[in-house]
Design a protein around this ligand. Structure first.
Ligand code: WT7
Length: 651
């Protein structure tokens, strides 16, 4: 880590935007929340839990931290998360309120009220129960962005079974390894979904993942979405619509312990094997309901909320499936890509439904910016009142564009920093309370304690880069890595004593606001999605033509980072015209299209230290078109000259 240069500070860092008097006057959040939480952090969270969540049995202790890093929140409390997201709103008289405005990519739409959702979730829970799913089981969900994804998740929650959603863009191999790791009993999938104007099949990947019959999966529920022909195993597969139609639309829920597992979501780490991040019930739903109220300023009677993330990522878990529904809000769910059938699709949807709160990733904002101001200008975006950003640092230019062109200079922007592991927002400005600052996530939310520290764990001075740590347990924190308590301790709790190591570089500015500087480990962030260099390297070396591979995240104007691979072919393998494309396709098959390297450089050697460790830092210099840094610790210092020359020769 190095000191920051003036370059980091030139982008209008001193500029801040006060909330309008109008926004501030109606904001849910108040400055007093910071003081209350600072005075009594646990008391503060206990109050949030009791105010925002319906408990069937009240908790006796707020936090049990007697065996760190294994936390238990709201000890002794019992609740049903699905009841909290659905039934209680119907009981409160809001059954007719729209829960989900669904927009299919081809233009089909569905309107699902809370009463509809209650019936659908009940039927789905009954159907899963009929298949033998009980509390403590795991169910894999591999679906497109259709309401059945949310219904499936809630049906699992209703039964106390944990779901493990696998992003529909992941390959059959990736699906299979997750099914095996989590030991899923049932898979819920669809024939396919719509992507870029065409049906894109999902069911064949499930068949492939389960071929051989060596997984614990007993049944597969198949939603009909595209109507395309798919293979059907009469013993194993069931039609979702038939299975649900056979069930009553009411279901008596049970209440489960606050620490009952809610879901396992896989995310990339620094090794080749994805980590199954485990989240439980009471703390997760409390902190997300809190984020909805304060960070998103949600007014369930009037707001139309739209989080554009896929349910395959944590953002879709917390801010499509659970947060908005726990709040009793109306939300938009969109199946497809922003440019199908035209580049104004998102803005058309905002205008159509009168979206008031929009939550998107910087990569999408930069792409829209590239497409030009005239496209959003064709649509009425005046319903918007608050904008959110998530997934990676947002550059001040994109922030300013978002504010001006999408937000009409009137909407506060909340740049929310968090992770799959944190489960809910951790660092973000409270809208209406804090003057926002382009490019900075600013400060920890009330009840959350973070610091930026140096190598020794001491807080850094202002404008000095360090590591972001979380210094106190928080309600929505991960409870572990599924089946691997040692890896949980090693990955997050061993770098600094008694602190959670997030893996992000950060610094404070002169106002004490936090700026994120990207990952400090071998994790890349491509379009707001986390990818591991090791995972892509192991996919590459699994190809018969490849001897060795090194992967780095290069700077990319649109996606933040882009995957760049350096590959040594096996002896006897000749590079042909098709080699690079074949290797890209191979990674697509092994992991999924999102992991495909943008560039593959075939090289003779890789830069290694005397102990054999690949120095990715030097390859990153090449990929970023920079002068190659200090190469003196290489076993053979001439290697970088050869690589640079060969990469330059390709251009
Ligand atoms: C990593 C977590 C949590 C939602 C989506 C990604 C980066 C996330 C921000 C932000 C700067 C951010 C971090 C973090 N990140 N949000 N607002 N500013 N960086 O979840 O896949 O678990 O990735 O995304 O590097 O560690 P994830």
């Amino acid at each position: 880590m190095t000191n920051t240069t003036s370059q980091d500070r030139q982008h209008g860092e001193e500029q801040t935007f006060e909330p309008s008097a109008e926004f501030a006057a109606q904001a849910n959040a108040t400055a007093a929340l910071y003081d209350e939480a600072a005075a009594d952090r646990l008391g503060f969270w206990a109050e949030q839990a009791r105010e925002l969540i319906s408990w069937d049995t009240d908790f006796t202790d707020t936090l049990d931290w007697s065996d760190p890093p294994f936390a238990r929140w709201f000890v002794g409390g019992k609740l049903n998360v699905a009841y909290n997201c659905v039934d209680r709103h119907v009981e409160a008289g809001h059954g007719d309120r729209v829960a989900i405005h669904f927009e299919g990519e081809p233009g089909d739409t569905r309107t699902i009220t809370y009463a509809d959702l209650q019936r659908e979730v009940s039927r789905a829970a009954n159907a899963l129960a009929a298949l033998g799913v009980v509390q403590g089981d795991r169910v894999a969900i591999y679906l497109p962005m259709i309401p059945e994804a949310v219904i499936s998740m809630l049906a699992c929650a209703r039964l106390g079974a944990a779901h493990s959603v696998v992003f529909g863009g992941f390959s059959s191999d990736a699906l299979r390894s997750r099914i095996l790791d989590v030991q899923a009993k049932v898979v819920i999938t669809a024939d396919g979904g719509y992507r870029r104007g065409k049906p894109s099949a999902l069911k064949p990947a499930v068949d492939e993942a389960l071929a051989g019959g060596d997984t614990p999966v007993e049944k597969v529920l198949v939603v009909e979405r595209t109507g395309e022909d798919v293979a059907f195993d009469a013993e194993r597969d069931l039609h979702w619509a038939e299975a649900l139609a056979a069930q009553p639309d009411t279901h008596e829920y049970e209440s489960f312990d606050s620490e009952n597992p809610l879901f396992v979501l896989y995310t990339s780490g620094t090794t080749g094997k994805p980590k199954g991040i485990l989240h439980t019930s009471g703390g997760y739903i409390t902190q997300n309901a809190f984020a909805m109220r304060t960070v998103f300023d949600i007014k369930p009677e009037t707001d139309v909320f739209w989080c554009t993330a896929d349910v395959g990522w944590v953002t879709g878990h917390s801010y499509v499936a659970y947060g908005p529904l726990a709040a009793g809000a109306t939300q938009v769910m969109y199946e497809g890509t922003p440019d199908t059938p035209h580049r104004g699709r998102w803005w058309e949807i905002v205008a159509k439904h009168g979206v008031t709160i929009l939550y998107a990733a910087p990569t999408a904002i930069r792409t829209a910016m590239k497409w030009g101001d005239e496209i959003p200008a064709e649509h009425d975006l005046s319903s918007l009142r608050l904008l959110g950003s998530v997934g990676e640092p947002i550059n001040p230019e994109a922030w300013m564009w978002y504010r001006r062109v999408i937000g009409g200079d009137r909407c506060p922007i909340v740049d929310t920093w968090w992770q799959t592991e944190t489960g809910a927002h951790m660092i973000a400005p409270l809208p209406g309370v804090i003057a926002t600052k382009p490019g900075s996530s600013q400060r920890a939310l009330p009840g959350i304690s973070v610091a930026v520290v140096d190598d020794t764990g001491e807080p850094v001075e202002r404008n000095v880069a360090g590591y972001l740590v979380i210094t106190e347990p928080w309600p929505a924190m991960l409870r572990g890595i599924y089946g691997d308590p040692e890896r949980f301790k090693d990955t997050y709790w061993s770098r600094f004593e008694n602190m959670y190591f997030a893996g992000d570089g950060a610094r404070y500015d002169d106002d004490g606001d936090i700026w994120f500087l990207g990952r400090v480990d071998d994790v890349m962030n491509v379009s707001g999605h986390r990818l591991s260099t090791a995972e892509i390297e192991s996919a590459l070396v699994s190809h018969e033509a490849v001897a060795e591979a090194a992967v780095v995240g290069a700077q990319d104007e649109t996606s933040g980072q882009a995957v760049v691979a350096f590959v040594i072919l096996r002896g006897g393998e000749e590079q042909t015209e098709g080699t690079v494309e074949e290797l890209r396709a191979h990674v697509g098959r092994e992991i999924g299209p999102i992991a495909k390297p943008k560039r593959v450089h075939i090289v003779e050697e890789l830069p290694k230290t005397r102990s054999g460790k690949i120095m990715r830092r030097l390859l990153k210099d090449v990929a970023d078109n920079r002068l190659v840094g200090d190469a003196t610790t290489l076993a053979d210092s001439s290697v970088m000259d050869v690589i640079s020359a060969s990469v330059a020769g390709e251009k």
